[in-house]
Every structure is written in C-alpha cells, then in structure tokens.
Design a protein around this ligand. Structure first.
Ligand code: PHE
Length: 450
C-alpha cells in the first residue's frame, strides 16, 4: 500500500498541530488542574515536568519514530520493523483496545462540555441566574442518562465526520482550525484570570514548591498524568507518526508537541487557580473542579456568561482534537491490516464506541472503575514500557541515530537511548507494580501499613 492511499500530512506543521491536538485535551484542562489540586500544587508540578522530560519526551520520540519508520498502523508497525507474527505486535493490539475504551468514556465527558456550552450560552452561569443552576448543573446532568447519550452521540458524530474525511481533509484541516482557536481563547482567559483578586494566591499555589506535600501517591499520579496527557503508550502517536513524510523530523516535531502540551497544561492552571482562589472554591475538589467549582465562580463574575462560554468551548475543542486521534488508531488498524475502506472503518467503529459509552451514561462508576482505570493505569503504562523496550533494545539503531543526526539535537542521542533503555522501563515498572496493588498486597502480607 502506498503512503498516498493511507494518507500523509501536508507539512511538518500539520503533524505538529495534529499531534499537539491529540495530546492537548481533557487531560490538560479538566484532569491536570484537579490532579495538581489534589496533590498539593507546585511540588507536584515540578515532579510532573521532570517526568515529562525524562519519560514522556523520550517515549514520545520513540513512538513517533516507530510510526514514521514503518508507515503502518500500531500492529503492522511491529511486523514491519521486527518480523511477521512477532509477539511485539501485541503492543499494537493493546493500543487498539485502549482506544476503544478511552474513546467511549472520553466522548461522554466531551458531551458534558456540550451541555455546559449550551448552559453558558443560556446564561445559567451569570450573576443574575439562580445559584442552584451552577451548583447543581453537574449532578442533574450525570443523573440524566438520556441527555448524556444525546450529547455523547452528537460528539461521536463529529469525531466520525472528521476521521471519515481522511488525514489531510479531516484531521489536519480541523486541527489547524481548532488549535489556534484554543490558544486564542486560553490566552484571553489567562489575561482575565490574572486580573482577578486571587491571581497571586493561584500562581503561588502552582509555582512555589512545598515539598512536604510530595508523597509516593503524588509521584504515581504525576506519571499517570504524563502518559495520559501526551497520548502515549497506545499507538496514537505511532499512528500520527506513520503519516509523516521522509523529510520531516521526528525529534524536533516531538519536542514541539511536548512544549505545547506542558505549556498549555500550565496555562490552564493559570486560568483555573486564580479563579478558584478569587471566589473561594476548593482547589482540591477533584473531577468536579471544572464542572462544579468553576460554574459557581463564574456566577460571581459580571461577564460570567461570556467567560464560561469561552472556557467550555475551549474544553470542547481540546476534546475533539484528542478524540479523533483515538478513532484514528482503530481506523488505521482496520485500513492497513484488513484493507477496509476508511469510510467504513470510521463509521463502524464510531458506532461501537458510541454503544460502549452508553454504559457510562447510565453508570459513571463504569468510567472511573473500569474504562479509565484499566486503560489509563494498566494499558498505557504497559504499552509505554514495551514501546521503550522495543525502541531501546530491538529496533535497528541506525533508524534512531539518523533521526537524531538530522535534527538540531544530534548530541542528545546517547541521553535519549539511555532514557528509553533504562530510565523509562524502570520508572514505569515501579509505577506499574505500585498501581497493580502488588506493593499493598506484599506490605499487607508482612503486616505493614500500606
Ligand atoms: N492526551 C489526551 C488528553 O490529554 C487524551 C488521550 C489519551 C488521547 C490517549 C489519545 C490517546 O486529553
């Protein structure tokens, strides 16, 4: 199959927009602030940034490289680079499975954003609205499966539409529209948030390290967030890398994606914490931080409707450019491996993800305890672990060496190789053993408090 049949980015910038679009999502704007809040703020941020640098960036470079070198989907890539039927291809199968699981709950959460966009436009989060409208919006929504299913269906429809249109006319085109829009709204919101009374407290919460709050759990959470936020470990970045042209550089493009993803997460913190501190809501409020605390704060702002509208449009745009990368992983697998037409793959698997998500609308616990839990805590770290092992120990080193030689970072090759060979596998193994409950089980066995 020629690369033209499967699609290709029109320019290097197209890849950067799309890959940054995949990385920047609910993970940055919804998940990151509440994880930072729950783990005590600034010291957590520092650990997170170190993880991004020594774990996220090296694995990202590796994953994109696998895609570019093989020009195939996440399963076929390992067959091209190793041999037909290689056991490494199970990394790809796991990735396709994770894509189904993540997309089906991600789309429900994205559907919540649609409801909040509509409510913002209707003025529910303005100072003149009844306080209950903001305080209860989230609870009312999550206890109405039918409403959630409509929004979830509508969101999946948009995702299918974009993937259906292909790499250039769909993915690249929409990311080139939505990413600048997202940046624009975010910058405007940062200016607004920084002019509020709690700006100083909010920034201090994010930037003045308090190492006493740093414990083992926080370190684990930082690592989980690093994978989720960079869309790592399940083949999304591999698939996007497979649409790169030979002349495009992996190392510098991946570095851009990391800078944009972390930058936007921090910017989102600069929006959310100043608002949270200005209006006396709890920064450690958990997943409801964005959907419960913020609307309550918006009700105290004169221009609350406009600000909340901007915020939820931002969240929706970010979710859309991430969700398309999830459906793209599934579609690429069926297009490359089974020669299925792209249109059919996008539609069929979009419908399946829709049906899987319906379960979430009826029972949120299914999101937290099954889909997100297994995909984010089990499949992503395991995928990243095997990807770094494959890239570090199995892949022909000439491929990586020449990518580095062609970039401005030629001298970093040794450091990168050290990271994918040793640092990443060891760190991930520690996280993985912890998350799988083995440590707790062992400590219980010896009678120690976990
Ligand atoms: N990175 C996305 C986010 O931050 C989530 C995602 C994970 C997307 C895995 C694709 C693959 O929201």
């Amino acid at each position: 199959m020629t690369s033209n049949e499967r699609g290709q980015w029109k320019s290097r910038l197209g890849f950067i927009f799309a890959a940054a679009g995949s990385a920047i999502g609910l993970g940055n704007i919804w998940r990151f602030p509440y994880i930072v809040g729950e783990n005590g703020g600034s010291a957590f941020l520092l650990v997170y940034l170190l993880m991004i640098l020594f774990l996220g960036l090296p694995v990202l470079i590796g994953e994109v490289m696998l895609g570019k070198a093989s020009q195939r989907d996440p399963v076929g890539a390992f067959e091209v680079l190793d041999r037909k039927g290689t056991p490494w291809r199970f990394i790809g199968f796991m990735g396709v499975l994770a894509a189904f699981m993540i997309l089906s709950f991600y789309s429900v959460v994205a559907g919540w954003c649609i409801e909040f966009v509509i409510r913002s436009a209707a003025g529910d989060f303005s100072p003149t609205a009844h306080p209950a409208k903001a305080a209860q919006a989230f609870n009312v929504l999550v206890s109405s499966p039918d409403v959630q299913i409509y929004y979830h269906g509508f969101f999946i429809l948009m995702v299918v539409g974009i993937v259906y249109a292909g790499v250039q006319a769909g993915l690249q085109r929409w990311c080139e529209i939505l990413m600048p829009l997202l940046l624009l709204i975010l910058v405007a919101l940062v200016f607004f948030a920084m002019s509020q009374s709690g700006a100083k407290a909010g920034v201090a919460f994010l930037l003045e390290p308090d190492f006493q709050k740093l414990n083992g759990d926080a370190i684990l959470a930082a690592m989980g967030q690093c994978f989720f936020s960079l869309s790592l470990g399940m083949g999304a970045m591999l698939t996007y890398g497979s649409y790169l042209r030979p002349e495009d550089n992996v190392v510098s493009s991946a570095s851009w994606v990391v800078v944009l993803d972390s930058g936007i997460a921090i910017f989102a913190g600069f929006v959310i914490f100043p608002i949270v501190f200005s209006f006396g809501v709890d920064p450690g409020a958990g997943p409801g931080l964005v959907f419960v605390s913020l609307p309550m704060a918006f009700q105290k702002i004169t221009a609350g409707s406009l600000i909340s509208l901007a915020f939820f449009v931002l969240l929706l745009a970010a979710a859309l450019t991430s969700a398309i990368s999830l459906l793209e992983v599934i579609s690429a697998y069926f297009v490359d491996e089974f020669k299925m037409p792209r249109h059919l793959a996008a539609t069929m698997f979009g419908v399946i993800c829709f049906l899987m998500g319906v379960g979430v609308a009826f029972n949120i616990a299914y999101l937290e305890n099954f889909l997100d839990y297994w995909a984010s805590n089990f499949i992503l770290p395991l995928g990243a672990l095997f990807i770094s092992l494959f890239v570090g120990w199995r892949l022909d080193q000439k491929i990586a060496r020449s990518e580095f030689a062609k970039s401005k970072f030629a001298k970093a090759f040794g450091l990168w190789l050290f990271c994918v060979r040793y640092v990443a596998p060891v760190l991930i193994a520690i996280v993985f053993i912890n998350k799988s409950g083995i440590v707790e089980a062992v400590s219980k066995l010896f009678g120690a408090a976990p």
